[in-house]
Structures are given as structure tokens and as C-alpha cells.
Design a protein around this ligand. Structure first.
Ligand SMILES: [Zn+2]
Length: 373
């Protein structure tokens, strides 16, 4: 087979296609606001002189105000993260660097930071959020590629409380005919520190460093039409509650195209649960999900899940999760007769390893309750 080796570094979007900063803000990605404070002199009207005080700047509303200076010992903590704190009159409470409080002017919940504690990133406080965009990439003579770009939005708050945003390439994924190509916008150093390149660098191997999306810019399923991911049903997968493992799903679909049948037939929740449980297992290394519970040689959803047509109907009607399915298959394979749907209620309440023995002794067996089926 002809091997296609395209370098996508300069072909994929170098900048976000939409206003990802606005989207992140709209979705409340940066909930952490800061009240940055420093020593200052304030005019005291009663005594008619300038006194020692604290100037506080709020990153949420951008305003500044004076507050009473409180020596560190007077603050409600045993060790002193800063030489002094200040009194939040609104809440009648003293706060010091590291505390959480509400801005007396705008009411936003904010972290209190003494100016001397701002050391990160060239003297600015930094918060990151991630936004995913999907787009089409035309490639001459080939099918248009579906491209997923994940941007890192960095909010930087300076010592005056002023805020600015940076947008950095983080990870990008190009769906090809046979595989998903990975591009990185960062490198993780040995110490775990993230080094941002400011450009895309293509990698030879697939490793799912994407995980679960934080924010995904809304997209229409028409975007998939005519692309390499046309039949992926990515839209249906994403529509599942918590269906945010877009790269894992796309790579699985590329290797096992019939996963689409499960998603179309309303089993996207199972696919999603299995993907997440693989990701969260201790020996996960970022490979393509295996979903070993699925019989990939089969095409039809019931057979793929090792069920008869009637069992499959019951499963969908009863909205079984992966645990339900696992328990049902175990009991059935142990040769214990299962009455659906009523026995599923019982199975849900017991441990996996007790399933068969408890069900054998279930009242419906002993007293021979009539079945509805
Ligand atoms: Zn404020």
C-alpha cells in the first residue's frame, strides 16, 4: 500500500479559527480571580493625614480600593505567607496571601495574593484553559482531512491586577485514511514543566495526550461531510453525556470502523464508559483504546456485545451501563436463568462476584414468581 507522509505543521490552522478567548470566557473557564495587594499610603479623612494602608486590585472587575493593613500575626493563620494582610470590611474578616474571599466591589470569588508572592511567569499570575476547534483541511488530490486543534488560552494577571490573554498551539490531530497524526505545541520537561513552542511540531507516533476536552467550540455535523472522518459519527459520540474523549474515539474508529454501529444504535454510553475506564486504568500509556469487551469481528451491535437480539432490546430499554452488561453476561454465561427486565434490578444492587450465586437464590426463583416475558 502506498504510504502517505504529509507534514501538516504549516498546513493546519496556526491561529484559532474562532474567537476562542471569548468562548472560554463565556463558558467561565477562568473562574479564579485575584485580589492582588500591596502596601500603600491612604488618606485618612478623620485625622486628615496619610496612613499606612493596603491597595488591593481586583482582576475580576479591574478596580482598586484601599483596605486596612493587618500585621501578619493578626491574620487567621499560624504561618505567614506574606508580611501583612488586609481587612475585608464587607465580610468583617482579615485575609492574607493565599486566602479566598469575595471582592468587596464586584462580589467575585477571588484568591488573595500579596504582590511579593507573584513570581511565576515573569512576575505574572497565570491560569490556563483549553479550547478545541474542529476544521476541514483540503489536501490536493486527497480527501479533505478532519483536523482537531486544541488551544491553550493563558490568562496572565500582572501585579497591578491587569489581565491579558495569550493563545498557544497545544495539541493538534489530523485524521488520515489509516491513522490519526499527532502534532504538538508543547513539550513536557523532566520536572513536569510545560514548554510552549508557539508553533506545531509533528510527531511520528500516536499518543493520546489529549484525554478529555475541557471546552469544545460548537460545530455542525456537516463539517464531517466529505472528510476523512465522514462516517465516524463523532457528533453522536460527543453528544453523549461526558463524550469529550474526541481523540480516543477518532483513533478507535479509525482502527475499528464498526464502533460507529454501536454509537448509531444508541450504545455510545457504553463506548464512552469503556474508553474512560481504559484511560483511567493504571497501565494506560496513551494508546488507541482496545475495548476488549467488544467482539470486533462482528458487525451488528447485538453480536458485537455478545447478546441476542432480544437481550440487546432489553439492554437498550433498561438503559444498561457497562457494569450492568458485565454482570448480565456473567450470570448468563454461568448458566443461571435470568428474567429480564426484573432481574436486572437485583443485579444492580449486588457485587459482580456475587451475581450468579445470589441470583440463583433470588425469591423469584424460590417462589417461582411469574415472568412478564
Ligand atoms: Zn472586583
Amino acid at each position: 500500500m502506498e504510504q502517505i507522509n504529509i507534514n501538516y505543521e504549516k498546513l493546519i490552522p496556526q491561529k484559532p479559527v474562532t474567537d476562542v478567548v471569548a468562548y472560554a470566557l463565556e463558558k467561565g473557564a477562568f473562574q479564579k480571580s485575584y485580589l492582588v495587594y500591596r502596601s500603600d499610603r491612604a488618606y485618612e479623612p478623620l485625622g486628615g493625614q496619610r496612613i499606612d494602608a493596603v491597595l488591593v486590585a481586583c482582576s475580576a472587575c479591574g478596580r482598586e480600593f484601599h483596605a486596612e493593613k493587618i500585621p501578619a500575626a493578626g491574620c487567621s493563620c499560624s504561618y505567614s505567607p506574606a508580611p501583612f494582610g488586609w481587612r475585608n470590611d464587607q465580610l468583617a474578616k482579615s485575609v492574607i496571601s493565599g486566602d479566598k474571599t469575595l471582592c468587596p466591589l464586584c462580589g467575585a470569588e477571588a484568591k488573595v495574593v500579596h504582590i511579593g508572592n507573584i513570581r511565576t511567569y515573569g512576575g505574572e499570575l497565570v491560569d490556563d484553559a483549553w479550547v478545541t476547534e474542529l476544521s476541514q483541511l483540503p489536501v490536493e488530490g486527497l480527501t479533505d482531512r478532519l483536523v482537531l486543534t486544541d488551544w491553550c488560552i493563558r490568562r496572565c494577571v500582572n501585579k497591578q491586577g491587569a489581565t491579558r490573554y495569550e493563545t498557544w498551539p497545544y495539541t493538534a490531530w489530523v485524521v488520515e485514511e489509516k491513522k490519526v497524526v499527532r502534532l504538538m505545541g508543547y513539550l513536557k520537561n523532566i520536572g513536569g514543566r510545560i514548554c510552549l513552542f508557539g508553533e506545531w511540531r509533528q510527531r511520528k507516533t500516536f499518543v493520546d495526550v489529549y484525554g478529555s476536552a475541557q471546552l469544545i467550540v460548537p460545530w455542525d455535523k456537516a463539517l464531517l461531510e466529505g472528510t476523512t472522518a465522514e462516517n465516524s459519527k463523532l457528533d453522536l459520540y460527543q453528544a453523549e453525556k461526558g463524550g469529550r474523549q474526541l481523540v480516543a474515539y477518532l483513533s478507535l474508529w479509525r482502527r475499528r470502523p464498526n464502533v460507529e454501529n454501536l454509537v448509531v444504535q444508541g450504545c455510545g454510553n457504553l463506548v464512552q464508559s469503556w474508553i474512560i475506564s481504559e484511560m483511567s486504568s493504571g497501565n494506560y500509556k496513551g494508546g488507541i483504546p482496545k475495548l476488549e469487551k467488544v467482539n470486533w469481528k462482528e458487525k451488528r451491535p447485538a453480536q458485537m456485545l455478545g447478546l441476542t437480539k432480544e437481550e440487546f432490546r432489553q439492554m437498550k430499554q433498561g438503559k444498561w451501563g457497562t457494569e450492568d452488561l458485565k454482570k448480565y453476561r456473567r450470570v448468563r454465561d454461568d448458566g443461571v436463568p435470568v428474567q429480564l427486565p426484573e432481574d436486572m434490578e437485583l443485579l444492580r444492587e449486588i457485587q459482580y462476584y456475587d451475581c450468579s450465586s445470589i441470583l440463583e437464590e433470588a425469591p423469584s426463583r424460590i417462589f417461582g414468581e411469574p415472568s412478564d416475558i
